[in-house]
Design a protein. Structure first.
Lengths: 630, 109, 171
């Protein structure tokens, strides 16, 4: 338990020191301090993790103190450590530490250096609260906390108006989802009289509630999840969130925070399994998001935007896995995705750093000569995300596809198409960025350099894991022991709806198809961008459907048209009619009435003592008359 | 003694009440009627005396001397009040050459 | 009609008339003189009610001290009929009406109220100096002492107020 306290409080201490004293500390101290504040929890988390793996560590589920107590209803401020949360702890603190290390170099020239690390530490703290909470309310605290940090970090360069808008967008979009989450929590509180995960699981068996209610609760929770994990229809904030510094994109908007939704659903899987209808919705939305975001990603030219849409797409795949009841598979993809997507973002950051802020891939090219480590790690991660064996992404994606295949062939086709597009746009990115000739300015070319060790070390470590993390879940045809599944089996509820496993021949067929598709897409990208040396079209030359895709299906405009503008018109109407006329009119009317009455009444106050005395006598007479003569 | 018993028999308490009420009303009239602050002061004294008279009458009819003690105190306070009040009036007169209350409008503006 | 009754009516008449004359006289000096007579008749009332101690105190305090103060002040200011101004007619009518209303209210309130009076045996001469003196210096000892301090304070205050240096500026 002490270890758990240190683990959770260490980032908070880092935040407080950096936040309160940051300006007085030298940059090196500030950066080192916050990195250590994450490194210590990492070792503790690693210890827990190894303990769980060898079976020596037991599950911790303990209330630190009684938080809210109303009659029979109690909410403790409690922590829950089990296999599922320990996995997330490893990701959060491990990748978190690497990204801290990376940021020391990346943010070195920023004037608000210590503020950045304070926010980053605060984020890690809230993420730990989210993952370690033993009831939904604690999770919600973390949920909101990471939302806040996300907002702060997206708008970190607050002097840029567009970045502020992006931060607001992220925050507001998340609010919409959070409302759903909150309603879900209230409903659970009302009907089950508990928010504790374990108690809730028991209550679900004993308390009799209608099936419709379970669907309503799970749908509300899922609405919350779509906000945080950037699924249709609330995904638009994530691509805009790339306004933040690149390490933030890597940590928050790729590896950890956006996977909170998957964590929540895995944590409350017993609830979701009671509502197959919701699961279907999750699967469909996941598949739709995966394909939708992948198509947008194909035509984006901003290196970070491509990665952002790729993240949305991959998250869609994870939800697809959850939707078909393959919870451990979803978690598996979270893990592999965390490694290769963090690596990709950090690699992109390294490139952007070398090019002094250039993000358009049309102005890059040929960087492999100058930045070998960045190139190599980026390439490995791209292969991983594209799903080429034996890199990690292949295994997790294959598992998802297999699970979907036995569930629904249409969804499988959609997911396969999304993977195909993923492979294509990732290699489009790689080829345009690192191959060919440099297309930037002479000045940029002159300054091209490999990044310092604080950047390359995290890249290397992450690329290593991106390559080998697949061993966590080797498919049955290769190995009979699926480590992750057995590791998570004490936590996750077995899916009662799961069909029998697909046969070996079908499995081989699926692997074959997936690999062929990925390699085919890569080859096509190679032909298109290396052999033919094509470049993405310049601004405004695209027509028809591709233009629509390039403009991200005009979803932002659509939202603006159907939601923002009517709201704005409503506000304007309310302002000019209700506020100006009725409220202001009422309030000012009272004021005007009082003033005009005062103006007349003032003449009564003549200042003449005789007059006052007269009135006093009349007053006394009337009081006497009232008292004695009534 | 005989005189006292006599008055208790022949003059009802109501008469004293009426005389006091009338005297008090006259005092009020004076306060409202006059402009001279000193005359107003005199009228205030009339009002005080009407109450004193009533207290003494009640005291006698109730055969209770506390009422008379009270009148004694009222007189003492009245004396103090007149002394201070007149001192104030003298000061005012010294400044504005008048004790007309209609001239004393410093409260306004 | 007994002698006591005659005395009561005569005294009451004098009291009310003199009070009214105090109000109505144009000359403040006359007002003061009428007030003096008014006080004297009230003193007569006290005597009639067998309040000998108060009779004496009243004569000393009112007819003596207070009246002297009034007259001295009036003479000091040299106020007379010429300087005396009446209020505007409307104010005077208002004053009369207000006073009448108050009087009517008081009278009607009194006549509506049923008095509860114990049968007075007249055994103790409550108005006697000896009786009152004992009460004052036993039950009312502390108020009695405080009154003396109050009077002292008033004296000091009056002196302080009338000193030349303390010029109160009134616009």
């Amino acid at each position: 338990m002490t270890g758990l306290y240190i683990l959770i409080l260490s980032p908070l201490v880092g935040f407080l020191i950096n936040g309160l004293l940051g300006k007085k500390l030298p940059k090196a101290v500030s950066g080192a301090l916050s990195s250590v504040a994450i490194l210590v929890p990492f070792f503790i988390a690693l210890n827990f993790f190894l303990g769980f793996n060898s079976g020596t560590q037991v599950k911790i589920d303990q209330d630190v103190y009684q938080w809210i107590s109303i009659g029979e209803f109690n909410i403790g401020f409690g922590l829950l450590l089990d296999q599922l949360s320990s996995l997330w702890l490893i990701i959060i603190t491990g990748i978190g530490f690497l990204i801290h290390l990376y940021s020391v170099s990346y943010m070195h020239d920023d004037e608000a250096f210590s503020k950045f690390f304070a926010y980053l530490n605060l984020f890690v703290f809230f993420m730990l609260v989210l993952v370690l909470g033993n009831n939904l309310l604690i999770t919600f605290i973390g949920w909101e906390g990471v939302g806040l940090c996300s907002y702060l970090l997206i708008g970190f360069w607050y002097k840029n108006g567009a970045y502020n808008d992006a931060a607001n967008k992220a925050f507001i979009m998340n609010r919409i989802g959070d409302l759903g989450f909150l309603i879900g929590i209230f409903m659970i509180m009302f009907y089950f009289k508990t928010l504790h995960f374990g108690a809730l699981k028991e209550a679900l068996g004993s308390v009799h509630v209608s099936h419709g209610l379970i669907i309503a609760i799970t749908m509300c929770l899922f609405i919350g999840v779509t906000g945080k994990s950037a699924q249709l229809p609330l995904y638009t904030w994530l691509p805009d969130a790339m306004a933040g510094p690149t390490p933030v994109s890597a940590l928050i908007h790729a590896a950890t925070m956006v996977t909170a939704g998957i964590y929540l659903i895995s944590r409350t899987d017993f609830l979701f399994l009671q509502a197959p209808e919701t699961m279907t919705v999750i699967a469909v939305i996941g598949a739709a998001t995966a394909l939708f975001a992948a198509t947008i990603g194909v035509l984006q030219n901003d290196i970070k935007k491509v990665l952002a849409y790729s993240t949305v797409s991959q998250l869609g795949l994870m939800f697809l896995a959850l939707g078909v009841g393959a919870f451990s598979t979803g978690v598996f993809h979270v893990l592999t995705h965390a490694f290769f997507k963090a690596c990709l973002f950090l690699g992109a950051g390294s490139v952007i750093h070398a090019l002094h802020g250039e993000q358009d891939i049309r102005n890059m090219g040929g960087l492999q000569k100058n930045m070998p480590i960045t190139f190599l790690t980026f390439l490995i991660s791209s292969i991983a995300i594209a799903g080429v064996p034996p890199f990690s992404g292949f295994f997790s994606k294959d598992e998802i596809l297999a699970a979907v295949f036995e569930h629904n062939k249409v969804l499988w086709a959609v997911a396969s198409l999304a993977s195909l597009l993923t492979a294509f746009y990732m290699f489009r990115l790689v080829f345009l960025t690192f191959y060919g000739n440099f297309r930037g300015t002479e000045d940029q070319k002159h300054h091209l350099h490999e990044s310092p060790w604080q950047i390359t070390v995290p890249l290397t470590v992450l690329a290593l894991f991106a390559a080998i993390a697949g061993v966590m879940g080797l498919p049955e045809i290769v190995s009979h022991h699926h480590w992750l599944k057995s590791f998570l089996s004490p936590v996750l509820t077995p899916n009662p709806h799961a069909g029998h496993a697909i046969g070996n021949s079908e499995e081989w067929m699926l692997i074959g198809i997936a690999t062929t598709l990925a390699l085919g897409a890569i080859s096509y990208a190679f032909v298109k961008y290396i052999s033919k040396k094509e470049l993405p079209a310049a601004e405004g030359t695209l027509t028809g459907f591709s233009n629509l895709v390039y403009q991200k299906y005009k979803i932002d405009e659509l939202y603006s048209f159907i939601i923002v503008q009517p709201l704005q018109r409503l506000s304007v109407t309310a302002y000019s009619l209700f506020d100006k006329v009725i409220v202001d009119g009422g309030v000012e009317g009272v004021a005007i009435a009082v003033m005009s009455i005062g103006k007349r009444v003032r003449t009564i106050q003549t200042g003449n003592i005789g007059y006052y005395l007269l009135m006093m006598v009349l007053g006394i007479a009337s009081i006497l008359a009232y008292v004695f003569l009534k | 003694m005989s005189l006292l018993l006599n008055i208790l028999q022949v003059v009802p308490m109501q008469y004293y009440l009426m005389v006091s009420a009338a005297l008090f009303s006259i005092g009020v009239l004076g306060v409202l009627f006059r402009r001279n602050a000193i005359t107003i002061f005199m009228c205030v004294e009339i009002m005080l005396n009407s109450i004193n008279l009533l207290l003494v009458a009640f005291s006698t009819y109730h055969n209770d001397s506390n009422g008379q003690v009270f009148v004694f105190f009222v007189m003492a306070v009245a004396a103090a009040e007149v002394a201070v009040g007149l001192a104030i009036l003298v000061t005012i007169f010294r400044n504005i050459r008048s004790v007309d209350i209609d001239d004393l409008k410093a409260l306004k503006n | 009609m007994s002698l006591v009754e005659i005395c009561f009516w005569a005294l009451s008449f004098v009291t009310l008339v003199c009070a009214l004359m105090t109000v109505l006289s144009k000359n403040p000096i006359f007002s003061a003189i009428y007030l003096l007579i008014c006080f004297a008749s009230i003193a007569g009332h006290y005597l009639l009610l067998n309040a000998q101690f108060l009779f004496i105190v009243h004569i000393i305090v009112y007819s003596g001290a207070i009246m002297v103060l009034f007259l001295t002040t009036l003479m000091l200011m040299n106020l007379n009929e010429e300087t005396e101004k009446h209020k505007p007619a409307i104010a005077r009518i208002g004053a009369v009406v207000a006073a009448c209303i108050l009087g009517l209210v008081l009278v009607s309130a009194i006549s509506k109220t049923a008095l509860v009076l114990p049968q007075n045996s007249g055994a103790v001469d409550i108005g006697a100096i000896k009786v009152l003196g004992k009460i004052l210096l036993n039950e009312y000892f502390y108020p009695f002492e405080f009154i003396s301090i109050l009077l002292l304070t008033a004296m000091v205050g009056a002196v302080l107020l009338t000193k030349k240096e303390h010029k109160i500026t009134i616009k």
